[in-house]
Design a protein. Structure first.
Length: 220
């Protein structure tokens, strides 16, 4: 009996472990395919107008062909000491965020090349007052995950203990090492949850149903 319990428990632990690994998504709530917009960001690698452009929305599903690493966002190289790279974005309507998934990759062998030492995620309902949602201190090297196993890969899936309602979001990445190091490479940042129900829409739906019932009754 004890053996059965132990095996069941181990199976449960393994299944929970497996769930903490997600592939990058192009259908999540923070994806450009769902209408999010970039509000602003810190400097990206080089300025606009050259092959070496990078775009902030490449970390939210966009892929700008003809630029450096089209699927990725590359933050600026050689930042000043203590520099924090950042990006702000908003969803079309407020959402209830229940989990998120971050995939990044530093150069090799050390995370001081295209890596960050700390990641912080913030949320806001009005775009001006920010609440910290999550803080993560990275390791050198990142160590990989279950889907992206390379030692230089970071795969961070976080199931939030308390869902967060917000429409504005900000991600900060502290440069790993300072000085002549390359800015962080972010492959994708995905958000999961559900849109906040709109009371008006619920009322309309309700009145529509009442209307349908009324029409049906009339027909009878
Ligand atoms: Ca995405
Ligand atoms: Ca991407």
């Amino acid at each position: 009996m004890k053996k059965v319990l132990l095996v069941t428990l181990l199976g449960y632990i393994l299944s929970v472990g497996n769930s903490f690994a997600l592939l990058m998504s192009n259908t999540d709530l923070w994806d450009v395919s769902n209408g999010i917009t970039i509000i602003d960001h810190s400097y990206l690698e080089n300025g606009p107008g050259t092959y070496w452009d990078s775009y902030a929305d490449n970390m939210f599903g966009a892929t700008h062909e003809g630029t450096i690493e089209p699927p990725n966002t590359i933050f600026a190289d050689n930042p000043a000491s203590g520099f924090t790279h950042w990006v702000e974005w908003q969803t079309p309507t407020p959402i209830i965020l229940t989990s998120f998934n971050l995939v990044a990759a530093h150069g090799s062998p050390s995370y001081t090349d295209r890596g960050f030492s700390e990641f912080r995620l913030y949320g806001s309902t009005d775009g001006s007052t920010w609440d910290n949602i999550y803080t993560y201190v990275t390791e050198d090297p990142y160590g990989g995950g279950e889907n992206y196993t390379g030692e230089n890969y970071l795969e961070l899936y976080v199931d939030l203990s308390s869902p967060v309602t917000a429409q504005y979001f900000k991600a900060e990445f502290d440069q790993a090492g300072v000085g002549a190091y390359s800015g962080p490479r972010i492959k994708e940042l995905d958000g999961y949850g559900s849109p906040v129900p709109i009371p008006g829409a619920a009322w309309l739906l309700g009145s529509g149903l009442v209307g349908l019932v009324a029409v049906r009754r009339c027909k009878v």
